[in-house]
Write a protein of this length. Sequence first.
Length: 104
Amino acid sequence: MKKAALLGQEERSILETELSNWALLPNRDAMVRSYQFKDFKSAFAFMTQCAMHAEEMNHHPEWLNVWNRVEVTLSTHDSGGLTQRDIELARAMDHCAAHYLDKK
């Protein structure tokens, strides 16, 4: 499988517009976001839904769950940084989160 191309500066501008809740990590080429839900059940349901999507993409997040909070880091490890795959997964995760955050 061919490695995904790293995002250029212009492609990264989406983090300031459409994905403004995501931030770039200062010490590596990755993006992060923290989601906070009403309870553990909602956080876990969100993670389950995202896991199905990530598995379909064969692109898996780094994440941490503590009670109602889910912290996510995205980076394409085999490419050495951010790629379009990370943007696609971030969009999918935000879409999934909207359903559970509305019930907060």
